[in-house]
Write a new protein. Structure first.
Lengths: 306, 369
């Protein structure tokens, strides 16, 4: 593969991996968080607005994460405290976030639809010593910004916390057998709240990367269903961190190709963009068939569907 | 989900029975208006002026009112589609995708077939219904046969519909010219419009008729009753002898078909060709409509009118002030969020209801995850 395309695949996958790590934490805790897009768009807006006013990328990053966590807290409040259906509440939070950012874009920054400012600084690229001299790999892996490396490093960190700590064990127990966790004295609500807020942190980084990580630009609905693709990766890999990241990287590569291939061959970009969603539906079918074979004999209508 | 409020108050007629189902939606709207007002205030505008603009821009004057009816039309279909499925306990959040596929089918049937008017319009509508139905059949079949969560599949089917229709309208059957659309539909397939001021067309009448039809089905037929029981208590329905899996597929197909008809209204009545990416999210607005309507078809008409008016007024808002039209979307989904919350309404209800709510709580996550 052309190293240009591989380089941009690594870059394009960054927000997917951040979002997927955030989403898989709630997935492991038994909540399917479909508001990843909503968290991200709020973070993207907050980050660029703060960067525009203060000129500081660090503060902008913090602002992005903070407001994303606020949205996560809102969803957690309605789902955990007020018992709102997580999907309905998730959709409401997502579209609320789309609307709110578009409203604030016009109200605060005076722009309709798209905002960019060349006064905003950009993240400096990091050349990794040694690796940058390896022929093909060097051009692909070296020369990214700090957020890109942070995304890929977060994968082993999340895996370590999930599988090597007491907290991670509790998260997984809550997800797999909530009653057992409750009986064992685990504070189920608190674990769920924690994973939801962490979901907000990761989506905050993803959103900040979207608006500041490459070119400083914000557009309405600019997350472009990356949250959904991250969710697809989580589903496909059943929420395990390394496989999820790998699938997210593959989906990101498909997206990178969907930008490049049509330029070179005149193919339809939509067909490549379709891949994550179609693959996920097919994966669900396969998992469903496998489960159907091992299911109880009487084959009654299942009331509760995972 | 506020299932309690979907229960009718019984055969006898009473004022309380009329007011009670309206109370919850009205409170949700009131909270949204207050929160939205504070938001407007913080952006340095006068909330009273803004709300007056929204109302006057949508309801005052014949042209504005007709635009409201136009904005309301697609919401009648998508709102009814979502309401039918939610009422039966099936979370069809794929109305957006079903509408797009319905629109695509109507668009193709509109230009590719040569028929006289009295056949062509029904043919296109049938094609749209079929398109939406097929798109809803995928999550329905997966749900019933393989126990795959229909929400997740619906969620994935939406972008698939958008990208697939994008592929068809930009590559396979693209009309000549710079715009990404299918060729214009034949004159014989155009749904007649009523006025020069707006694009409101015969699709509006069809939407209203469908809402009335399903109000009758829900209220007076055995099927309507069975669907309600499925939504309220699936175990009871199953062991009571209702063929839940079969009904689940049927409900999803009807729901998808109606969403598809919403796409036909857009293509045959408003745009007169299938345009790539034509929908600003009517399928998702349909969720808001259905939630506000409490899954009641007559409520869908009222809720679609409210959101149609807000959408109509938002265009005026965008032109006249420094605010964005997306204020309406914010209001809409604050309402959804509040209505989705289940047990915040305890103080409104009698103690007895509060106790049942407590009992429900002992059974967490039955429908979730």
């Amino acid at each position: 593969m052309d190293s240009d395309i591989a380089f941009s695949a690594v870059r394009i996958s960054t927000p997917l991996i951040f979002a997927a790590m955030g989403g898989l934490l709630t997935y492991q805790a038994g909540m399917l968080n479909i508001a990843l897009d909503g968290f991200m768009i709020v973070a993207a807006f907050a980050a660029i607005a703060v960067a525009y006013v203060t000129g500081s990328l660090g503060i902008a990053l913090l602002a992005g994460v903070f407001f994303s966590v606020v949205m996560a807290a809102l969803l957690a409040l309605f789902n955990l405290r007020f018992r709102a259906h997580i999907f309905i509440a998730g959709i409401a939070v997502t579209f609320l976030a789309y609307g709110l950012t578009a409203l604030l874009l016009k109200g605060l920054l005076g722009e309709d639809g798209v905002f960019s400012a060349n006064t905003i600084p950009t993240f400096s690229t990091i050349e990794i010593p040694l690796i940058k001299d390896i022929p093909w790999i060097g051009r692909v892996l070296s020369g990214h910004t700090i957020l890109v490396y942070l995304a890929y490093l977060s994968v082993p960190v999340v895996a370590w916390f999930l599988y090597r700590t007491r907290w991670g064990l509790r998260v997984r127990v809550v997800g797999e057998a909530e009653d057992a966790a409750l009986a064992a004295g685990v504070n189920v609500e608190r674990i769920k709240l924690q994973t939801m807020l962490l979901s907000g942190v990761f989506c905050g980084l993803a959103g900040a990367y979207l608006s500041l990580g490459y070119v400083s630009l914000f557009a309405n609905k600019m997350t472009n269903e990356r949250g959904l693709i991250a969710l697809a990766a989580i589903f496909f890999a059943k929420g395990a961190p390394f496989p999820t990241a790998l699938v997210a990287l593959l989906f990101g590569t498909a997206t990178a190709l969907s930008v490049r291939l049509p330029q070179m061959t005149g193919a339809a970009p939509q067909l490549l963009q379709l891949i994550p969603y179609v693959v996920t539906v097919l994966a669900l079918v396969v998992v469903g068939i496998r489960n159907a074979r091992s299911r109880s004999r009487h084959g009654a209508w299942r009331f509760d569907v995972q | 989900m506020s299932a309690e409020a979907a229960v009718p108050t019984g055969g006898h007629f009473s004022l309380a029975g009329l007011v009670k189902p309206l109370l919850q939606p009205l409170i949700a709207v009131a909270i949204a208006v207050v929160v939205g007002g504070l938001l407007v205030l913080s952006l340095g505008e006068n909330p009273f002026e803004i709300y007056w603009l929204l109302i006057s821009g949508s309801l005052v004057g014949w042209p504005n009112f007709l635009v409201t009816l136009q904005m309301m039309s697609p919401l009648l279909f998508t709102g009814l589609a979502v309401a039918i499925s939610f009422r039966a306990g099936l979370w069809n959040i794929g109305a957006e995708g079903q509408m797009i596929i319905g629109a695509l089918f109507a668009g193709i049937a509109g230009f590719a077939v040569d028929l006289p008017t009295f056949l062509h319009i029904p043919f296109c509508l049938a094609a749209a219904f079929l398109g939406g139905l097929l798109w809803a059949l995928i999550p329905a079949v997966l749900r019933v046969w393989l126990n795959v969560n229909e929400i997740v599949v619906c969620l994935m089917m939406n972008p698939i519909a958008l990208l697939f229709s994008g592929y068809v309208s930009t590559h396979l059957l693209k009309a000549p010219g710079p715009t990404n659309k299918l060729p214009d539909i034949a004159e014989t397939a155009v749904l007649p419009t009523f006025s020069l001021y707006s694009q409101v067309n015969a699709g509006f009448i069809i939407g209203l008729a469908l809402c009335l039809l399903f109000a009758a089905i829900n209220g007076w037929t055995k099927k309507g009753f069975e669907w309600k029981i499925m939504g309220l208590a699936p175990r009871f329905a199953y062991y009571g002898g209702i063929k839940v899996p079969l009904h689940a597929v049927v409900v999803m197909m009807i729901s998808g078909g109606i969403a598809g008809l919403g796409g036909a209204e857009q293509v045959l009545g408003e745009y007169r060709a299938f345009y790539d990416n034509f929908s600003p999210g009517y399928g998702f607005d349909g969720i808001a409509v259905a939630m506000l309507a409490n899954f009641n078809p007559i409520g869908v008409v009222l809720a679609a009118f409210l959101f149609g008016a807000l959408n109509g007024g938002s265009a005026v808002l965008q032109m006249m002030t420094g605010l964005s039209k997306y204020l309406v979307q914010v209001l809409q989904f604050i309402i959804v969020l509040i209505l989705a919350a289940q047990f915040t309404w305890g103080w409104l209800r009698s103690r007895k209801n509060a106790i049942t709510a407590q009992e429900d709580r002992l059974e967490p996550e039955t429908e979730e995850s």
